[in-house]
Design a protein around this ligand. Sequence first.
Ligand code: GUN
Ligand code: ZN
Length: 436
Amino acid sequence: MQHKFIRGKILHFLNNSNDELDYEYFADGLLEIANGHIARIDHWHHFQDQLSDLSQVKHYTDGLIMPGFIDAHMHLANLDALATPADELFSWLNNYIFPAEKRLSDPDYATKISEFFIQQMLHNGTTSAMVFNTIYSHAVDALFNAAEKRNMRLITGKTVGDRNLPDYLLELPEAAYIESKHLIQKWHKKPKTRLLYAITPRFVPTTTDALFEQLSQLKIEFPDLHVHTHISETVKDVEWTKTLTGLSSYLSTYEKYGLVTKGTLLAHGIYLTEDEMQRIAKANAGVAFCPTSNLFLGSGLFNLQKANACHMQVGLGSDLGAGTSFSLLQTLNEGYKTLRLQEQVLPALEGFYLSTLGSAKALGIDNYVGNLECGKEADFIVLDLLGATPLIKRRMSMATTLEEKLLILMMLGDERSICATYVAGKMQYNREVGIN
Ligand code: GUN
Ligand code: ZN
């Protein structure tokens, strides 16, 4: 078996049962990779004497090695509707997003956009994601194919909806069940891949009880499926849902159909009540904090402090499309400001936790990825600590502590700060050479 050795500064977060942020930092560390997994993580000086041939070691002298970023919520089709004018969520969906999804009815376009989407993820250091797809099965195939090519751990699924949508995005509940089931059997945990399927109702306003019953049936038949949907994103969203269901809690509908379990990701959750947050925490489900989207659409400010107090699992999402960047560094930048507007803080270490282990836990994939513990899948990135731009270089040269450097990266960094992206131990992006 071929072993790989990567040397540099290493930071990752540890999975512990208490609420403390627990991390491990190696000022000069080494990762040993075998068979696509982490075989060992240690200080360089512990390894040094055991390596007969130092030329096998790839040394990033100014690099910070971290687990790959995990984007807890993005939309494939929104890529070509980026930066379209939005005065609020629903008009933006009607004017730009539904037509953008329709474009994926063309299989050739679906293949091309999927390739570009995955390349952009890797370029930005994102090695895993949960991605909203479209109603079209061939587009689900296209994204899974693009991820399979790079051996990525990616979660997607066919978006389903049967009310309050344009005709071209509507389907009958039975058809949604049959098509979803076919895709599940084709892709979910497909041998020799890292692909996972998510049951994907867009949100309550576009899903009738009849369709929810079909989705509930799928979850019973395949209990380890993920679930991906939206919740309590805007004031109007919450009010409309209450009117449609007659229920006071948005979450109750998802609960009623058995769709809130470990592996369920609810995007946004800005207007969740404390009680709902506690129920999500108890169910081991997660919520995606999507600050660039929430600010772009003017949806509101996610209350991370309240979520943490309720022990709710929170990950970081670009919500690409409404979100304005693939970069989770840029996403953290806006997350920081979102919290400042509520007199809360986002220390850099917590930010980097959210974008790695936090997202992995929110998606229920932390047994595979999210940190660099022995046995985990070897998805990692190398961040440029010297400074990817003259401005970052200048600020970095003044920083002395790890926290200061991380804050500079998260406020000033973007894809230019990603030196390399490794997926299952294999380099898939290198800033000097480009994308694989
Ligand atoms: N809620 C329902 N659909 C969508 C979507 O496509 N984007 C966002 N941001 N929110 C939604
Ligand atoms: Zn979304």
